[in-house]
Design a binder for this molecule. Structure first.
Ligand code: MN
Ligand code: MN
Length: 455
């Protein structure tokens, strides 16, 4: 069903399946505050569903369920089909990194007995949204001997939280004259983490106490921050949003909502003729670069490994497998916000509640930098969606020339595979509290399953 509110599909008696699925999603989102933690959760879901680590496989055959992990930050799960891999896979690809605030390598300093962590934000954030809210600290510190110290502070109810202070209105007259982009600047996003000096310590007495605590509790020194990956993220759990509980508020819907629904679709998919795959990648928010981003050769190598395990290997088979594949780039869309109608064009915008949203193209200005999906491919998708009574919609990211953005779609399309963006519309995207509609989350899950079965 195209461009209709999906709630009508779920009369009250069917709401329980939507509610139940969203409860499971909220739990994933609450636990998956970093890409590493999302991968950890994904591994657990895969293993519970009988998937094996590809490292333990010496051969694979039709019906086998395997997963591969890259550097703790990517996971690809596959169900091997009857057809040879060179006939192509049906792939769901989502990203599990979300905008946030990272610590600098030399972050710790004291100022007037306050202790701060200096930061460098990650991804596109509106900086003023991140001050005066409770923040949590997640990540890893890798010590010189290779041991990993895991940090998770701020979400256990007994934990302290952290935050970024802001000026009181009484003294903000000058600040209020600034452009919104300058009100809070990148170097102003420093995290307050302490204020209690150690007695008889002359230089940086409060910092000394924090260093003592880090030593006691985690056995780390100040220099260990050099090889750390610590992310400052909003504290708190994903919650129902609205008196009618129709929405979910949480940090990191972009793009963990599509990551979770894609992975669940794969785990719950019926037997498919083709090999099916869900791949979760990192670094989308900063351009899909690096070893764990979608531009990395890792995924291509996974396909090569599958072919090598399944049959006689050839490079040509790898290329054929990729070129014959079809993919949904499972990523969120910007939902219409009635408080800001001027940025959207109402006939081509995503609405919360109208189901999964297909974006033929993203990009900016004259579609620059986008993967403009083939209409032949879209026609097949329309047919699939209608046959399974999936509620879906299409949209653009705002009015023409309003702005723009990108996803991983164009990167996989470089293999000459058919790819289109398809995901859940979001309000307040990239903010510390993003909002999605429960019915869209569930429709996305159903749509992804339909795609795996029929593509
Ligand atoms: Mn995204
Ligand atoms: Mn994003």
């Amino acid at each position: 069903m195209y461009q209709e509110y999906a709630w009508k599909k779920y009369k009250d008696q069917h709401m329980s399946e939507v509610t139940k699925f969203n409860e499971e999603y909220k739990s994933f989102l609450t636990k998956g505050k970093t890409e590493r933690l999302c991968v950890r959760e994904a591994i657990q879901l895969c293993e519970a569903a009988g998937f094996k680590n590809i490292k333990e496989c010496t051969t694979i055959q039709a019906g086998d369920k395997v997963y591969a992990v890259n550097k703790h930050k990517n996971i690809a799960a596959f169900v091997v089909g009857e057809q040879p891999l060179s006939s192509g896979l049906a792939i769901l690809g989502a990203h599990i990194d979300s905008p946030r605030i990272d610590l600098k390598q030399n972050p710790l300093y004291e100022s007037d007995t306050f202790v701060y962590l200096d930061t460098h934000y990650y991804g596109g954030i509106i900086k003023y949204q991140w001050v005066t809210i409770p923040l949590a600290m997640y990540g890893v510190v890798i010590k010189k001997d290779g041991t990993t110290v895991e940090i998770q502070i701020g979400d256990d109810p007994t934990d302290p939280v952290f935050g970024i202070t802001d000026l009181l209105p009484h003294l903000a007259a000058e600040k209020m004259q600034k452009a919104a982009s300058k009100v809070i600047e990148g170097e102003g996003l420093d995290i307050l983490i302490g204020s209690m000096p150690v007695e008889d310590e002359e230089k940086d007495p409060s910092k000394k106490r924090i260093l003592n605590l880090l030593k006691e509790k985690y056995d780390i020194s100040e220099e260990d921050f050099v090889s750390a990956e610590i992310e400052i993220v909003p504290a708190g759990s994903a919650r129902d949003f609205g008196l009618d509980r129709s929405m979910v508020a949480g940090y990191g819907h972009d793009d963990r909502v599509c990551a979770y629904t894609s992975l669940r679709a794969l785990l719950d998919a019926p037997k498919c003729a083709r090999t099916i795959c869900a791949v979760l990648v990192d670094k989308e928010e900063i351009g899909s670069v690096g070893a764990t981003g979608a531009s990395s050769l890792w995924f291509e190598n996974c396909i090569a490994e599958l072919i090598a395990l399944a049959e006689e290997y050839s490079d040509f088979k790898v290329r054929k497998a990729l070129t014959n594949s079809v993919m949904l780039s499972s990523d969120v869309s910007a939902g219409l916000d009635p408080l800001y109608p001027s940025v959207s064009e109402r006939r081509n915008v995503a609405y919360l509640g109208k189901g999964i949203c297909f974006n033929k193209y993203t990009g900016s200005r004259g579609k620059s930098g986008c993967n403009d999906a083939q209409p032949e491919f879209i026609a097949k998708l329309r047919n699939m969606m209608d046959q399974d009574n999936i509620f879906y919609q299409t949209s653009e990211l705002g009015k023409v020339d309003q702005g723009g953005g990108g996803t991983i779609a164009y990167i996989l399309a470089n293999y000459n595979m058919n790819v289109i963006d398809a995901g859940v519309p979001v309000l307040s995207m990239h903010s510390p509290m993003e909002i999605v509609s429960k019915v869209d989350v569930y429709e996305a899950y159903l749509a992804y399953k339909t795609f795996l079965k029929n593509a």
